[in-house]
Design a protein around this ligand. Structure first.
Ligand SMILES: *Cc1c(COP(=O)(O)O)cnc(C)c1O
Length: 438
């Protein structure tokens, strides 16, 4: 953090102290605590479009967007209206409501690889269930995941995970018995021969390969050319299930997610974030042949008291309808504005002599504080996280809110303006200059 804080921070600090006395670290999700960047986490009291305001009335341009869901910006009117009108009819029934099929229809029409979908309450539940389903379908035990990919916090997936696990610099989690992860094989991302070798070693025992088709959880790391095609070919040959974890990339990198962008059909897809319109939703889906194993049709059990919640379904429907109706305008504009932002900041770093490399796919991006290139966890981990922490703090002082970790992707949304982007580039130039002075 900058040595002198010009922003007012008393209210946020007071709220953090109060929260810390009752909630571990004062937060309900670890990265929010700013531990890897230092300084006081801000308490947000409101958001509108691309901007948020904290408890001290500081205004920021927001590049987190609730970690991805808010691709249309904060307090988007049609999403708010949908939530309010749904709420007026009651918040939850524990029985089916018509909006569940409405959201299912929107999701399935955007993702032709899926014939059926089941809604859950988070991305974690979606991937946990997809893994269980892949095991039920193949009657095999082993799963392959990749180092630096994050698929939520279910036990078998907390192995060399990205996101907060990478941010905190820990390999996995305490409280996960060795026996629970003995069937998890963690391999380097973007390396097909490692996958081939694992399939040799565990012949006919690998149930599935789960991958973020564009990784967002070790910072943004795209798949190399032919990597995803390679995973598709290998899993097909070995009769293993290919799971695209599109919790972050679904409706983000293209309307139809990474599978549309790269034209590859996985067997199962997991989703979350954008499909909930800012409310808690996750989903998993695929062909009927696999999905019909899910209870009550089949023997794979999965349930949820609040699953398919009418408020969350309404928010998701409003969000996806807008994205569908405006996709020809929204996605090209996100591409253009994100390119301008990411390259503008990178060129500021070059001018200031700050080593910086960058990865971007559509409106998902990361500036890595190193020469790069970054293509897997080993290369991402070479980043100068201290320099990132300083940059983060300098940007915050200048009214720009970036993810408080080198290993989390940032997002631009449809509410961001040319002016936001220019202000951010300017703030970055001043931040690089300030970093050099210290
Ligand atoms: C965010 C994320 C998850 C976990 O979703 P939660 O809703 O936080 O449980 C899983 N996979 C990916 C790729 C994610 O980005």
């Amino acid at each position: 953090m900058p040595s002198t804080t010009m922003r007012k921070t008393e209210q946020s600090r007071r709220l953090q102290q109060r929260a810390e006395s009752m909630i571990p670290g004062g937060v309900n999700s670890p990265v929010r605590a700013f531990r890897s960047v230092g300084g006081d986490p801000l308490f947000v009291v409101r958001g509108k479009g691309s901007h948020i305001w904290d408890a001290d009335e500081n205004e920021y341009i927001d590049y987190i967007g609730s970690w991805g869901p808010l691709i249309l910006g904060h307090a988007e009117p049609t999403v708010l209206d949908a939530i309010v009108s749904a709420a007026c009819n009651g918040t939850s029934f524990g029985a089916s409501t018509p909006s569940e099929a409405d959201l299912a229809e929107l999701v399935l029409s955007a993702f032709p690889s899926m014939q059926k979908v089941r809604f859950v309450n988070s991305g974690t539940e979606a991937t946990m269930s997809a893994i269980r389903l892949a095991r039920a379908y193949t009657k095999r035990k082993y799963i392959i995941k990749f180092e630096g990919c994050y698929h939520g916090h279910a036990d078998p997936l907390l192995v060399k995970a990205g996101s907060g696990v990478a941010t905190l610099g820990i390999p996995g989690s305490a409280g996960v018995p060795e026996e629970f992860i003995m069937f998890t094989v963690a391999l380097p991302f973007n390396n097909l021969s490692a996958v081939e070798q694992a399939f040799q070693k565990y012949k006919h025992q690998i149930a599935c390969v789960i991958v973020e088709p564009v990784v967002g959880n070790m910072g943004c790391v795209p798949a190399a050319d032919d990597y995803l095609v390679g995973l598709r070919l290998i899993t097909e040959r070995e009769r293993a299930v290919l799971i695209f974890d599109e919790v972050m990339t679904g409706f983000r990198v293209a309307f139809g997610g990474a599978q549309e962008l790269y034209n590859i059909k996985p067997d199962l897809t997991t989703m979350g974030k954008i499909i909930g319109g800012g409310l808690p939703v996750g989903a998993y889906g695929g062909p009927k042949e696999i999905m019909d194993l899910v209870a009550p049709l089949g023997p794979m059990y999965q349930a949820g008291t609040l699953s398919g919640n009418p408020l969350a379904m309404a928010a998701g429907c409003a969000m996806l309808k807008q994205l569908r109706d405006r996709k020809a305008e929204i996605y090209p504009r996100l591409e253009k504005l994100s390119a301008e932002l990411v390259e503008g900041v990178a060129s500021g770093a070059r001018d200031a002599g700050v080593p910086l490399s960058h990865n971007r796919v559509g409106s998902m991006f990361t500036w890595f504080f190193q020469q790069g290139p970054v293509s897997d966890w080993d290369s991402a981990a070479k980043s100068d996280t201290e320099a990132f922490g300083k940059f983060f703090g300098e940007m915050l002082e200048r009214g720009v809110y970036l993810p408080p970790s080198q290993y989390e992707a940032a997002f631009l949304g449809a509410a961001h303006t040319e002016e936001d982007v220019q202000k951010t580039i300017q703030a970055a130039k001043l931040s690089f200059a300030a970093m050099r002075k210290k």
